[in-house]
Write a new protein. Structure first.
Length: 383
């Protein structure tokens, strides 16, 4: 048996028998993918409970209430007597918005005056608040145009003329790539990639940190071989176990949770393979810096949140400060996430992905050298 094969089998045996590595690298991706998919299963915020305060109690106010509650995005929490009822409900998360229809709403509307409707939002949750605001504003605008059209029709205009006069500008919105504005389609693949990066680095760091123990150093030395042969054997053994897991995990958002994928899966797998290999080397490099497995895990957990924030899933990249955009442009995770999003939703080909791929290719030799340095530092191999 060759020296390289001995190191390969030794690493493979460790991955499959060391509980920390096994649970982290093999079970972790599936756990993350299933949890993320379950959280974002619906993909859209619907049936947000709102409070209706009808101070007019007229035919028109009841008509407007029916129009609001006809939206799939809204539901009735309860009818209130005043806005003060909503404040307590918002604190208890029973309602997230309040629509106040004032007294004399019908009188003002019939006389052609501008009827005022007050909308109070719970701004503590931006996702719910923004969606609720858009839905209520759009419904009220449509209702106002309809009411004006009815007055014009009563004055003798035809229905077509009245509708054109009531709403002279009609926006036609055509969302591309994600027509349903499904949040899961946008974020799920990126979250799985974040998880794959994290668990792969953690597993690789744990493995190399174990090699730093005196008994394992002696075992590696007794087997023989250069630092490069040990490194390539360890990476090969890790790849054999983790890559199939990664290929299955990245498919879960699309095959199990229904996210569309309009790109080429062969290209996607090739890009994912490159990214995963870089994470194995990075895990070794982090182990070389930190020394122990515990410290390596602490560092990886510490940097995971900022890295995720810089990917652009929680905040658009173009809206970040200049320094943050510059840092983001250097992070491989941001580019692999952008590539999968563009492939999945836009059907982007390799030509469109080249700027992102160039960053990964630039980092690839850096990650290899970093991993090589980490292995030599942890194992004391000098060749």
């Amino acid at each position: 048996m060759s020296v390289w094969t001995t190191h390969f089998r030794r690493e493979l045996r460790r991955i499959l028998t060391e509980r920390r590595i096994l649970l982290t690298m093999l079970a972790g991706p599936f756990l993350y993918a299933l949890v993320f998919g379950g959280v974002y299963w619906s993909g859209r915020i619907r049936k947000v409970p709102i409070v209706i305060v009808d101070q007019d109690h007229s035919v028109l106010s009841r008509d407007l209430t029916r129009a609001l509650l006809a939206s799939e995005n809204l539901s009735l929490a309860f009818y209130g007597d005043s806005p003060a009822d909503f404040y307590e409900a918002a604190r208890r998360e029973r309602a997230y918005a309040c629509v106040v229809i004032p007294k004399d709403f019908e009188r003002d509307t019939v006389r052609g005056r501008q009827g005022r409707v007050t909308v109070i939002l719970d701004g503590s949750n931006i996702l719910i608040g923004n969606m609720t605001s858009r839905t209520i504003s759009g419904t009220i605008a449509a209702y106002r145009a309809g009411a004006r059209a009815r007055r014009l029709m009563a004055g003798g205009m035809s229905r077509a003329q009245a509708m054109a006069a009531a709403a002279p500008i009609r926006p036609v919105v055509r969302p591309l790539f994600n027509p349903a504005s499904h949040y899961g389609f946008f974020i799920l693949a990126g979250l799985v990639l974040v998880a794959l990066q994290q668990v792969t680095r953690m597993g690789a760091a744990i493995s190399l940190s174990l090699d730093a123990e005196p008994a394992n150093r002696l075992e590696i030395a007794s087997i023989g071989g250069s630092a490069w042969s040990v490194l390539t054997a360890k990476v090969a053994a890790t790849s054999v176990t983790v890559l199939p897991i990664a290929y299955v995990a990245i498919r879960l958002p699309f095959d199990l949770f229904g996210s569309p994928f309009r790109g080429n899966w062969c290209v996607a797998y090739a890009l994912l393979t490159l990214f995963m290999l870089m994470q194995i080397f990075a895990g070794y490099g982090i182990s070389g810096i930190c020394g122990s497995a515990v410290f390596s895990l602490h560092v990886l957990l510490y940097v995971s949140v900022p890295l995720f924030a810089l990917t652009g899933f929680t905040w658009p990249a173009y809206a970040m400060p200049g320094w943050a955009q510059a840092v983001r442009s250097l992070i491989p995770l941001a580019h692999i996430a952008d590539m999968f999003r563009k492939m999945a939703l836009m059907g982007a080909n390799l030509g469109v992905l080249l700027p992102h791929l160039a960053v990964l290719l630039a980092w690839a030799p850096v990650s290899v050298l970093w991993g090589y340095w980490g292995l030599r530092r942890q194992t004391a191999l000098r060749r």
